[in-house]
Design a protein around this ligand. Structure first.
Ligand code: DC
Length: 214
């Protein structure tokens, strides 16, 4: 079997990396792994158990035993879960527990697909440093907060802009300042600032870069 093609997409919260990943995966018929979901599942399970300030050992224990039901928790996309995910993802043993799953996905994309689009914070730097194409997607925090409010409202959830912006800034600080796999662009990543771009324009720009770099 030939080695799967890997497209790595990293970036901060609500930068548009999820939308771009889904579109690229559909376009190339590749599998898609949203790695934030793994960290969110650990966070949701801890919160459901009433562990609002878990120890490293408690968080690692949960990460080692994640199941399908955890990955489909209805609480994954609540802001409290996102913030807790940002906290537990700073813990080395939690990251180590989730790394094997990510490597397995990259090495053998489900459904026998010829490639995988994997998005997160450290895909190009740590999880798949040899990815075929790497993107680092950013946008101004105010723009990301506005997009996130729109997303939440379209799902029927109320959202206050100022609170969403505060959460985004807090998560940015946690994600970029942690010691273990901090959010930073891989030196060989293609940078895309989507502040003034529509999702359609982001997709077109990414596709054009992929076609140029292959
Ligand atoms: O992409 P997201 O907002 O769903 O991710 C939730 C949290 O998980 C984020 O604040 C940081 C963490 N995360 C990480 O540390 N590494 C990844 N590869 C993906 C997510």
């Amino acid at each position: 079997m030939t080695k799967p093609v890997i497209i790595a997409i990293d970036g901060p919260a609500a930068s548009g990396k999820g939308t771009l990943s889904e579109r690229l995966a559909a376009h190339f018929d590749y599998a898609h792994l949203e790695t934030g979901r793994l960290y969110r599942a650990v966070a949701a399970k801890l919160l459901a158990a009433g562990l609002t300030a878990p120890s490293e050992a408690q968080a690692a224990e949960v990460a080692q035993h994640l199941g399908d039901a955890d990955l489909n928790s209805p609480h994954l996309y609540e802001e409290a879960t996102g913030l807790m995910a940002s906290k537990v993802s700073a813990l080395g043993p939690v990251r180590a527990a989730l790394l094997a799953f990510q490597h397995d996905f990259a090495g053998h994309p489900p459904g026998g697909k010829a490639g995988a689009v994997i998005d997160g914070r450290d895909i190009g730097t740590v999880v798949c440093p040899n990815a075929d194409v790497k993107f680092f997607i950013t946008a101004a925090p105010e723009i990301r907060a506005k997009r996130r409010v729109g997303q939440l409202q379209s799902r029927g959830a109320g959202a206050i802009y100022a609170a969403v912006l505060r959460d985004i800034l807090e998560r940015d600080a946690l994600d970029t300042q942690r010691t273990n796999s901090p959010l930073r662009p891989s030196p060989d990543a293609h940078l895309l600032d989507t502040s003034d771009m529509t999702a359609e324009q982001v997709f077109a720009a990414a596709l054009s870069w992929i076609n140029k770099s292959r």
